[in-house]
Design a protein around this ligand. Structure first.
Ligand code: 5GP
Ligand code: MN
Ligand code: MN
Ligand code: MN
Length: 284
């Protein structure tokens, strides 16, 4: 049996599968919090590391992730990670949001963040492809390909937001990869993008690519697609294709709190879920 194994709730982590298997441990939306993380071969984080994108918060998240034992770590950012946003976003909209939420605006934040991400011992993918190899003596050498994207559909003009018209271009550079990490869920693929009132707010372009017919030039067939962003939609699903399956995981770890940003009664989220464990058989 080589079907993927997925664990979302556990008291102790199931025994590592060993052999021709690789254990992925998935996190998203930690929002400045830390939590217990089971060991594994590869750690993936799908963004929203911080709450208001302050460099000091990012630094603490990086230090925490670096302290974990996984041999390979690949992360992206999310719409809350203001200091990682491209172009003049931090100087313009970022400044407005800092003022709105009472955060001191630090003009040097993007430079500080860029330096930290450059120097950290993790692969940081902000709309880019990379590869990694799991070094385990008994496991066949296989080069996994991975694409990471911090972008999400526009909502209140937060960082890394795109309009529907920009979506195609945003994902243009994603080709075939084994592992896809996006901050946003795909649109309507198993309810992993449904907000409290049942509306799906995920990315339609990602769904178009993931469901394109087998030989279509835009078809995407990752073995694993991890995302977060819609906290209340955390969960997993499997997309069946003729030529194999894609495991979809919304790995958001913190609560959904409708009042958090409206009432400003607090600016911290609580972790309410566990990192998701996915064991994948090394591809042939
Ligand atoms: P975050 O602010 O951490 O990116 O997302 C937190 C929550 O904001 C989500 O769990 C969801 O309830 C809400 N949210 C995020 N993006 C959207 C969106 O595009 N539309 C709507 N209606 N709600 C969203
Ligand atoms: Mn800022
Ligand atoms: Mn979030
Ligand atoms: Mn988000």
């Amino acid at each position: 049996m080589t079907e993927p194994r997925v664990y979302t709730h556990y008291t102790t982590a199931p025994a590592a599968p060993g052999g021709e298997w690789v254990r992925f441990v998935l996190l998203s939306d930690t929002h400045s919090q830390t939590t217990a993380v089971p060991d594994g071969d590869v750690l993936l984080h799908a963004g929203d590391l911080t709450t208001l994108g302050e460099p000091a918060d990012l630094e603490r998240q990086i230090a925490w992730l670096e302290s974990l034992p996984h041999g390979v770590k690949v992360i992206t950012a999310g719409n809350h990670d203001f200091c990682t946003a491209p172009g003049d976003w931090h100087d313009t909209r970022g400044r407005e949001l800092d003022n709105k939420y009472g955060v001191a605006h630090d003009a040097a934040a993007p430079l500080k963040a860029a330096r930290m991400l450059e120097a950290c011992g993790m692969q940081v993918l902000l709309g880019a492809t990379s590869t990694f190899v799991v070094e385990r003596p008994e496991t066949r050498h296989y080069e996994w390909s991975v694409y990471g994207s911090p972008w999400s559909p526009e909502f209140e003009r937060w960082a890394w937001n795109y309009t529907p018209a920009q979506a195609k271009k945003i994902y243009e550079s994603v080709g075939h990869v084994d592992i896809l990490i996006t901050h946003t869920p795909p649109y309507e693929l198993g309810g992993l993008d449904k907000i409290h009132d049942g509306t799906s707010v995920g990315c339609k372009e990602l769904t178009r690519r993931l469901t394109a017919p087998r030989h279509h030039k835009d078809a995407l067939r990752p073995k694993l697609h991890v995302f977060g962003h819609i906290h209340e939609a955390r969960g997993t699903n499997v997309l069946q294709h003729e030529e194999g399956e894609t495991v979809l995981v919304n790995a958001a770890l913190v609560e959904y709190d409708q009042d958090l940003w409206n009432t400003q009664r607090k600016f911290s989220y609580d972790v309410v879920a566990q990192p998701v464990i996915v064991d994948l058989h090394v591809p042939a």
